[in-house]
Structures are given as structure tokens and as C-alpha cells.
Write a protein that binds this ligand. Structure first.
Ligand SMILES: [Zn+2]
Ligand SMILES: [Zn+2]
Length: 140
């Protein structure tokens, strides 16, 4: 399975040559500001499966001191990926073309959600991150 996607202006494109896992909606205040939305939706990938097809020079990373990064197109502002200490770890489902083969499985940082947003589905909610021992549904 090859997953492809890109940014709004079309300058940046990527491909992922493996399945996505751990799709979640993140309600943290940093994602909220960075996306300008109630929450962000990311799915993780094996970093070895990920590559930029075009426009890598347009990709900027905003990294916090903890090493969490949001990677976006410097031309159009689309947020494409998240990184951890410089390594790309997850993709925004909103930039994937077609069916990413996965749907959000849980909510993270639910304790930080926007006061004006109500979570109306029955997916598991974690105040912050899931405990290490927790296996998301659908993951072997
Ligand atoms: Zn762009
Ligand atoms: Zn977040």
C-alpha cells in the first residue's frame, strides 16, 4: 500500500510505503493553535516508510523545546507531518489523497480540548497520551 498526499499549493508532496497506525484526534492547545482548528488528526507511520517526493525545500518545522515538531509548507501553510526530535513520525490525515486506510481510533489530550468543542463520538478519550500498555483497537 502506497499512501500519497501533499499540501494546498501542491508544492510539497510525500509518499508513505506502509500502513498507517494509531490515528488519533489531538486536542492539545498547541495543535489547536498550529492548525487553527478544534483539534488535529494524525496517524503514525514507520519513519523508514516516509519520504518527500517534491518540495522538501519548502517544508519548515516549528519545534518546541521538548522536540515536538509541526511540519508545514512555507508557501501555503498546510500542516503535513509531525516530528519528534527531528524525525518525522506521523502524517495529517487531512493531507492524504483518497482513503488513508485508517480512521481516528481515539482522542488524546482530551483534558485540554477547546471549551467550545464537544466530543460526540464514542472513541476512547485520554486526558493526555494513552498509557504504554494500551493497545489501540485494530492494532495487532
Ligand atoms: Zn504548499
Ligand atoms: Zn496536539
Amino acid at each position: 500500500m502506497v499512501i500519497k498526499g501533499g499540501c494546498l499549493c501542491g508544492g510539497v508532496r510525500y509518499e508513505i510505503t506502509g500502513a498507517l497506525f494509531d490515528a488519533s484526534n489531538c486536542h492539545c492547545s498547541m495543535c489547536r493553535r498550529q492548525h487553527g482548528a478544534a483539534y488535529s488528526t494524525y496517524a503514525r507511520f514507520d519513519p523508514d516508510d516516509f519520504r518527500w517526493i517534491s518540495g522538501e525545500e519548502l517544508v519548515k518545522v516549528y519545534e518546541t523545546p521538548s522536540g515536538a515538531g509541526w511540519c508545514f509548507c512555507s508557501e501555503c501553510g498546510s500542516t503535513l507531518a509531525a516530528s519528534d526530535k527531528g524525525k518525522f513520525t506521523s502524517i495529517t490525515l487531512g493531507t492524504v489523497e483518497g482513503d488513508p486506510g485508517i480512521k481516528p481510533e481515539f482522542h488524546i489530550f482530551a483534558a485540554s480540548k477547546a471549551v467550545w468543542h464537544e466530543i460526540k463520538d464514542n472513541l476512547p478519550q485520554f486526558e493526555e497520551l494513552p498509557p504504554d500498555s494500551w493497545d489501540p483497537p485494530g492494532k495487532a
